[in-house]
Design a protein around this ligand. Structure first.
Ligand SMILES: Cc1cc2nc3c(=O)[nH]c(=O)nc-3n(C[C@H](O)[C@H](O)[C@H](O)COP(=O)(O)OP(=O)(O)OC[C@H]3O[C@@H](n4cnc5c(N)ncnc54)[C@H](O)[C@@H]3O)c2cc1C
Length: 328
């Protein structure tokens, strides 16, 4: 099929480009392989994380600040399943809104994985096994990024979580270790801290929020510490893994050869087995169990309570561009 523009990727980069191209009068096809439009931001990033921040903010207000308004609340509880359902509803409204905008602007959503061939041909392999070819005057590649895992902490999305798993934890973990003090780690750490988890943030650099204005960093650091986040800057994660039901992370001071090694440990909340769908909506059951295993090195934090760990830095160095491999 011939078309003016093919956009590969239906995230914020891709859908905005597609809508604008269509508004300029170009026949436009947007190739998206996920079940919904919106990419990371709408499905497993900005939008769901803000929905959870909103919910956890209300919870914290009720628990800590409401009394200063003369509002007394007895027996305050968080229903995580309802909170996650609301988050999924917010995401659903956004993805449906994008489908509406595609229809309104007469953009074809080619559902499947796009492969760029020579001569501006894009093959789209659908999940039903069929392949459709588009011959385009212009091709825009907006295939986004995927989280990078540490070699010794491969995502299992049960205890060792990417942003996808961190958005669907179905019970408040007792202890969450966040590797990387960037925006994603801090905002999701903040969500679970407000809901009652102990949260330890390990950041390699001397300060959180690398790359941000110093004044903002100082203020954010103060606010997050006040909120109860245990922030350990200048600290390098040197190893880690699963220990039965738990997770351990070993760390060392980032500078100096006489670094002290310490170990952060936590038992884990378990998601029910099964692969983690990118768009998962349903929280699965957690079975929180105690765990305490021996470790080498000085123990900085030992927990026999449930917990989990996820890398949380949002920066180009952590979100490896995967455009070329995702196009194959
Ligand atoms: C928890 C979290 C919170 C965030 N909060 C914010 C925030 O508050 N503000 C902010 O500005 N940013 C935030 N971000 C970052 C933001 O999500 C990204 O910057 C943004 O999604 C990048 O958009 P993109 O279109 O480049 O890529 P993506 O959103 O990753 O979209 C790429 C799309 O391309 C599709 N794709 C890839 N390869 C192919 C292929 N071969 N064929 C077909 N489709 C393909 C993918 O399925 C995906 O849908 C957050 C991220 C996370 C994880």
């Amino acid at each position: 099929m011939n078309t003016d523009v093919v956009v590969i990727g239906g995230g914020p980069g891709g859908y905005v480009a597609a809508i604008r191209a269509a508004q300029l009068g170009l026949s436009t096809v947007c190739v998206e392989m996920d079940r919904t439009l919106g990419g990371t931001c709408v499905n497993v990033g900005c939008i769901p994380s803000k929905a959870l921040l909103d919910s956890s903010h209300h919870f914290e207000f009720m628990g800590h600040d409401a009394k200063t308004h003369g509002i007394a609340l007895a027996d305050l509880k968080i229903d995580v399943a309802t909170m996650l359902k609301r988050k999924d509803d917010v995401v659903g409204q956004n993805t449906k809104g994008l489908e509406f905008l595609f229809r309104k602007n007469k953009i074809t959503w080619a559902k499947g994985r796009g492969t760029l061939k020579s001569g501006n041909v894009v093959d789209v392999a659908g999940s039903d096994g069929t392949t459709t070819s588009y011959q385009a005057k212009h091709v825009i590649i907006a295939t986004g990024s995927v989280p990078v895992e540490l070699p010794f902490l491969k995502f299992d999305e049960q205890r060792i979580l990417s942003n996808v798993g961190a958005l669907i934890i179905s019970a408040v973990p007792k202890h969450l270790i966040v590797i990387g003090g960037g925006v994603i780690g801090l905002e999701l750490g903040s969500v679970w801290r407000r809901l009652g988890a102990k949260v330890t943030v390990v950041e390699l650099l001397p300060a959180i929020l690398p790359g941000m204005d110093d004044d903002i960093v100082r203020e954010a650091d103060r606010v997050f510490r006040k909120q109860g986040l245990d922030i350990r800057t200048g600290t390098k994660v040197t190893g880690g893994g699963r220990t039965g039901d738990g997770v351990f992370v070993t760390t060392a001071r980032a500078s100096g050869s006489t670094a002290t090694t310490c170990s952060l440990r936590s038992g884990g909340s378990r998601r029910s087995p099964g692969s983690m769908p990118r768009r998962s909506a349903s929280p699965s059951a957690h079975a929180a169990r105690s765990s305490s295993t021996p470790s080498s090195g000085r123990t900085c934090l030992t927990s026999s309570r449930s917990g989990t760990v996820f890398p949380g830095r949002c920066s180009p160095t952590r979100l490896r561009r995967k455009a070329s491999s995702r196009l194959k």
